[in-house]
Design a protein around this ligand. Sequence first.
Ligand code: HEM
Length: 519
Amino acid sequence: MGSHHEPISPFTVLADAKPDDSSLPAFMVSTTRGFLPRADPIVTLPSEFDPLESILQCMPVKTSFCEPGLLASGKLGETVDAELPDLTPHIDKYAHDLPLMNALYRDYSFLASAYLLEPCHMRFVKGEEYGLGRDVLPANIARPIYRCAKLTNFKPFMEYAGSYALYNYRLADPALGLDYSNLRLIRAFEHGLDPSSSEAGFVLVHIAMVSHSPLLISGVMDCLSPFTSPSSPPFSLLPPSSAPSPSTSSTQSRQTFNRGLSKMLSSLRLINAEMEKMWTRSRPRSYTSFRTFIFGITSQSMFPSGVLYQGIPEFADQPQQFRGESGANDSMIPLTDNFLSIPMPDTPLTEILKDFREYRPSNHRGFIEWVKLVSDSLGLKHWALHGEGGKERQETRRLWIKLLDQVREFRWRHWCFAKEYILKQTSHPTATGGSPIVTWLPNQLGAVLREMERVYGSFGEGERKDLGGEEVEGIMDLVGRQKDMLDKEVRRYCEERGVVPSDEKREREVKRETAEVGV
Ligand code: HEM
């Protein structure tokens, strides 16, 4: 566990999201908008892009006029090939307006995914296997999406934040703000332009959850401020044996730290409560039909060798592979994982987790990495749980366990979603982001459950009793039960689907983690 006394250079989290400044990227972390874009997404494109707008309006299975659109009859591909001009030359005129570039990136990425996956959708609705998608993206989509993606720093394929979810809402009445009933989708594949549809509900629940992220971010910043601000009094992060007795400044710093943790906890509770509403806002049986369009082009049977982007010399005629949109690209849980230094097992599945973290706005990525750097290099977890601090330290421990419990709750509910929305509905083995569906989510959920037991077990018996009695004990009882349940469920799904669970491998991992990561 490292100790570090040099101040770490600060990361700028905006206190004013500057919604009118179009020279800044659409996505920058702020304490007012959190991980949402700095301003509500741009809906209307300049008139040069009318041909794009017109195809996108006619595209969904059910259009905004409630008529069957191009995807209902499988006519999107031929319409794009026959009617869409290459509008790339118009892009550079607006290149200074980064939020507009983001809107164009969103719109071209919707078109690209619909174009590539349309044949799979047509087979799916007939009850057949997905088969193969189109493996060539024509220049009239490839060139403009490549250009906008370069300007906005996204991959030239649909992403969760920049396109499908967080840059895809408008307010029905601007005066009513981000209230759920006021949110509408800008683009959709299936029935999503109807706000009561499952497609709309699926996307809008993500947005409603992220609307609670400002408090999470400001909690993290409050916690880290004594460590990262050069003007604050330094306090000890040394192991307990060599730590000096608590001084006023360290007590005050711990109080500040605990206030930050409480903010994070309030935010995560709101986020989890919003997530629970998914069950009614988006129905499990409807998920697999709009999901066809959000698959990626890596590790998917529909694109065994990826996709050739026409007209992009930089790609040198080599097929490209990108992960599909996935909540795995959301930033709230990765932020909390990094802040709490939750160790992930050293498995190929964790490599997928790291890869997912590449698919997000660059400012989000920078922030999450900065939090990891601060947390790891200062040995924050060790100080929080075992550093000096008297009764304030007990409070830190209580809050830390409750924060871990929120991450557990998120991942447990998420595993329940995966069972009901995916495993019960389809045998396709990979999720939209290209992760193996039976084992990937349990990889991280299992890691959190084990971390909770490890952290709790690192307190002395008397200290545990003093942690707040039944609430914390109740949390830990649940952890034990869920660990057993998860193991049994994963084993059963693996058996049913012929996936190798590699229990021995898992046991080896647990042993290694326990040996390596003392708290
Ligand atoms: C019906 C609802 C949902 C389903 C079926 C679902 C499905 C999935 C699947 C299958 C994955 C695995 C990665 C991949 O795509 O390949 C995943 C990952 C993830 N999703 Fe969702 N998701 C749902 C809702 C949400 C919501 C509302 C959020 C909120 C932000 C979210 C956040 C995440 C996160 C953070 C991960 C990474 C998990 C981890 O780190 O352990 N998901 N999701």
